[in-house]
Design a protein around this ligand. Structure first.
Ligand SMILES: [Zn+2]
Length: 369
């Protein structure tokens, strides 16, 4: 009896501590529903984001938010915004409603990550929780390891290609080549792989494996490799995803559902699995990593498989990673041409070598956020 008491007592204490830590200083900002779309009040956001400079031009209806060297700009009724010099699109634009400025929740998330703000945040059903950090939690130390994660495995084959080929086999082979290239390219780094055979590993366990390798001030990178699949056979190209709680588009939401093993019920809330307080600075680095890989892959193998760009979605496998993490959909195995390319040894080697170069570029040009 005492044994059990002791066993569970420590767990209960830990749970209480966790609740306390995760809710400490966290502000809740409620969503406003405007024409069936989720918005946040710009003024409320401004109140809760410290260390950033907000400016508003009432004539042009443009806003500019700066934090250190980062800058995000947007305009009322425009579905485009500029983040650190690059233009991106939103599913729906910022609006004025009863004299107040409201921004889509996806743009609010862009502010947290694009500006590299020292906050933790969590998007929930009716609100977003924002908790300011006193000091940044950016992995500013030295890179110590890279964890490669071949998607799926064992009883989980992933998607099936037109020829019957399984996603789990392609992801494994590319990961193996990548492991070899990285070992050669970075002899001082530890290169790990989440599975070295055709075995089943639950999604959350994969990022846990990477987290246990974190030591002191050092940090790691987590690279998860997948193949995409679509009902429409003509869809093709590679995509690089980083973690965000607001998926970039309906298409991104579909990929997220498939990789998270969620069957679509038509209810958009089904995709919002339990929310964690995410570290916006780690996510900002993940975005930089995704963009760098995309740039390198476009020049290195863009002639074989075209880029569909850098995208964002809430992937279970990335959510718990305490380090920059990306998920690659290296091509569509539902496409007749790409499934052949993806099965070619020369291509797999080429892709792995390009990825290794992309990681090298990320390390070289990595900004200090
Ligand atoms: Zn997959």
């Amino acid at each position: 009896m005492y044994y059990y008491f002791q066993k569970y007592f420590s767990k209960i204490l830990l749970f209480i501590l966790f609740c306390f830590v995760s809710s400490a200083n966290a502000e809740s900002l409620k969503f406003k529903n405007i024409k069936g779309r989720q918005y946040l009040s710009f003024d409320e956001l401004k109140k809760n984001i410290q260390n950033a400079q907000f400016s508003w031009n009432p004539l042009l209806l443009t806003a500019q938010i700066k934090h250190e060297k980062n800058e995000v700009r947007f305009q009322v009724d425009s579905s485009f915004y500029i983040s650190n010099g690059d233009q991106y699109s939103l599913e729906y634009p910022p609006v004025f409603d009863s004299g107040n400025l409201y921004i889509p929740s996806a743009l609010a998330e862009e502010l947290f990550t694009g500006l590299g703000l020292p906050v933790h945040y969590s998007f929930q059903k009716k609100k977003v929780q924002v908790k300011s950090e006193k000091s940044g939690n950016t992995p500013n130390g030295s890179l110590d390891f890279i964890m490669i994660d071949p998607g799926h495995g064992g009883k989980d084959p992933g998607a099936f290609g037109v020829s019957g080929v399984k996603e789990k086999d392609i992801t494994f082979e590319v990961s193996r080549y990548l492991q070899n290239y990285l070992k050669k390219e970075f002899p001082l780094l530890k290169i790990y792989i989440t599975r070295d055979r055709d075995s089943f590993i639950p999604l959350e366990r994969r990022s846990d494996m990477a987290n246990t390798k974190l030591k002191g001030n050092s940090f790691g990178l987590f690279i998860s490799i997948h193949c995409n699949s679509a009902l429409q056979k003509s869809v093709h190209g590679f995509e690089i995803f980083y973690l965000a709680q607001n998926p970039g588009s309906d298409e991104d939401r579909k990929v997220m559902m498939r990789e998270n093993d969620i069957v679509s019920s038509g209810d958009p809330d089904i995709g919002t699995i339990e929310s964690y307080l995410l570290n916006s600075q780690i996510l900002a680095e993940s975005k930089v990593l995704a963009r760098q890989l995309n740039r390198t892959l476009m020049t290195e193998y863009g002639n074989m498989i075209v880029s569909r760009g850098v995208r964002r979605a809430d992937f279970r496998v990335l959510r718990k990673a305490l380090m920059p993490a990306v998920l690659l959909e290296i091509g569509y195995i539902s496409n007749d041409h790409e499934v052949q390319v993806l099965q070619s040894e020369a291509f797999k080697k080429n892709l792995a070598s390009s990825l290794s170069k992309g990681i090298k570029n990320f390390i070289k040009y990595r900004p200090v956020i």
